[in-house]
Structures are given as C-alpha cells and as structure tokens.
Design a protein around this ligand. Sequence first.
Ligand SMILES: NC(=O)c1ccc[n+]([C@@H]2O[C@H](COP(=O)([O-])OP(=O)(O)OC[C@H]3O[C@@H](n4cnc5c(N)ncnc54)[C@H](OP(=O)(O)O)[C@@H]3O)[C@@H](O)[C@H]2O)c1
Length: 268
Amino acid sequence: MTSPYGLDGRVALVTGATRGIGLAVAGALARAGARVCVTARDPEGVRRAAETLGGIGLPGSVADPAHLSALTEFTLDAFGRLDILVNNAATNQPYGPLMDADPDAWREAFTVNVESPLRLTQCAWRAWMREHGGTVINVCTEGATHVGPNVGAYGTSKAALLHLTRQLAGELAPRVRVNSVSPGLVRTEMARFVWEQGEDAVAAGLPLGRIGEPEDIAQAVLWLASDAARWITGTDLLVDGGTRVRAALPASGYAVHDHLRARGPATP
Ligand SMILES: NC(=O)c1ccc[n+]([C@@H]2O[C@H](COP(=O)([O-])OP(=O)(O)OC[C@H]3O[C@@H](n4cnc5c(N)ncnc54)[C@H](OP(=O)(O)O)[C@@H]3O)[C@@H](O)[C@H]2O)c1
C-alpha cells in the first residue's frame, strides 16, 4: 500500500523558505517526494535554498502582488501543477505598544501576514486548484489567540490569518483543504530576540521541556499537506510544546511574556 504521507508527483510552493521554518517545511515536503518552488526577498538566499532542495526559486516580496502572480506562473510553467501552497513568510513588526504603532508598519504587517496569503491563495485557486484541487497551509502563531506584551500588531494580524484560514476552508471546500499550523517559540532568526536570552526560562515553562525546532513545525505541515489529513479542513494545529497545558506545571507563568515585558518595547 502506498504511504498516505508520500507526496510523489505533487508540487509545493512555500513562501519565506530560505531559512527557519519555511526552509524546514520545504525540505520536509521535498523529502516526501514533492517538487518545490520557494520564494523570499534575498535572491542569494533563494538561489541557495532552491539548490539545496533540488527545486526552483523566484526572489521577491510577498507584499508585491505582481510577484505573487509571477510566482504562480513560474511554478506552473516549470512543474505543470500546483498542489500544495504554504503561506509562511511573515513580519513581526511593528513591535511595541499598539498606541505607538506606526500606521505604515501596521499596514505592512497586514499586507505581509494577511493580504498576501489571501492573494497567493487566489492566484493558486484561479490558475490550478479550482479545477484540480489542492491544499493550503497558513503558518500562524500560538500567540494569535491570546494577548502578549509588545506583540499586538503581530498577534492581531495572525488572528486575522487564523480567521482567514477558516473562512477560506469554507469557501474552497470540497476541492481545496485550508488549514493552519500555529507554532510556539521556535529557534529561528525571527524569534532570536526571545530565545537567545530566555531559552532556559521558556523551556522550563513548557510541559515538553524545550523550545521548538523548525523541523517540529515542518512535520506538522507535512502531515496536513498529505493525504493522511484528507478529511481535515478549517483547523488550526498547535505545535507549541504544550503551552495550553502549562498551568499544570509548578511554575505556571509564561516565560515568553515575562521576557517580552522585561525587555520593553525597543524594536528587536
Ligand atoms: N520562530 C517562531 O518562534 C515563530 C513562532 C510562531 C509563528 N512563527 C511563524 O513562522 C513563520 C516563519 O517564521 P520564522 O521564525 O521561520 O522566520 P525567519 O527565520 O525570520 O524566516 C522568515 C523567512 O521569510 C522570508 N520573508 C520575510 N519577509 C518576507 C517577504 N515580505 N516576502 C517574502 N519573503 C519574506 C525571509 O527571507 P527574506 O528576509 O530574504 O525575505 C525568510 O526566508 C512566520 O509566519 C512566523 O510568523 C514563528
């Protein structure tokens, strides 16, 4: 019997895939048999990631609608299909109290974190998935469902992405499954300002005793992208070392928030 986790013959497009979670996701999908196309802003990073993955890449910002159309065409021209879309690229700016949030930075956060996943899903839907089916996975955050110090813009935009995921799941069913994965603190560049100084405290406050690695998230995305998850749409999969059940630990404070509060609003 063929493994339900195999992705032979499938094509995946992953945004923000030159490092961190996106690179790990693209690697996991490629190892499962998918041909992958990656994007990010830094052309050298895209070239290196595509080479490492044995795939293709097109540099550009997901904030640029023209890039999203070009990316879809580029993937279809090269591989002839587009089965899996992973909206992973994001920004955690503006950082600080919302009363000080710069309107341009706020708009940029919503453009990158909410509007581009929608626009790229529209591109994939119109060009391939509406007719042939497919699956979309949005990388959200554990912080999308509760408030935290200095991360209000990021959290609000990711809460919108969470809702967008469910809305699209309803609108695109039954042809396309749409789900999200919500990571807790993961060892990447984006979160370096938290884990570099606060790792031991965060790990001690997590039931599973350590912060996340990009591969932890990649395995969850791989599973949701595979046929093993064929009856799942509109769901959010928390991959966070157990933050929701930390109240059972002797020290039940959330060290990520303690750290963010203590370091203040200076932009990381
Ligand atoms: N790390 C965590 O603790 C954590 C926790 C919860 C959720 N997440 C989510 O996980 C996802 C990946 O984050 P990460 O931690 O892996 O971040 P990361 O290590 O900073 O990587 C971000 C990737 O996205 C690309 N990127 C950033 N802005 C882009 C843009 N406008 N257009 C195209 N590509 C862009 C970056 O490359 P370029 O700079 O070259 O564009 C890079 O490849 C994000 O959605 C983030 O919100 C992370």
